[in-house]
Design a protein around this ligand. Sequence first.
Ligand code: DQA
Length: 145
Amino acid sequence: MNILVINGPNMNLLGEREPEIYGSATLEELMMWLETSPEATGHNFKFYQSNHEGQIINTIHDERHWAQGIIINPAAFSHYSYAIRDAISAVNIPTVEVHLSDIYGREEFRQVSVISKICVGRVSGLGKDSYLEGLTILLRHIITD
Ligand code: DQA
């Protein structure tokens, strides 16, 4: 399967950004760990990070004929970007939303995700394992669908 992994704003600062919430691994380490996990064997990955909503949307558009599944951590865009939500709906590619932290146990504004409903799965609060669990859910969905 061809899997597009997208990380939203401020995720480029992982490792130094609030490590007590987001952990000490950098984004590169986290993505490498995911790509080399046994669950990832035999699958192709493209990794993309942006701090800009429009660039995330353009990437979803540009990769729509390549990607068979998307794992996205929209970061703060999760809570208000109808445009990213519409982009995911538009390309109609199975997508799993992941978060390192437990967004439902944090500030009120984080407890709403406008992306969740159009995703085939959502994982939050497992740290880096959220990505692995997200991959497992995505593959199971694509293979059994
Ligand atoms: C996050 C949670 C979001 O609320 C926050 O804005 C992030 C990271 C997470 O992975 O826990 O940037 O998506």
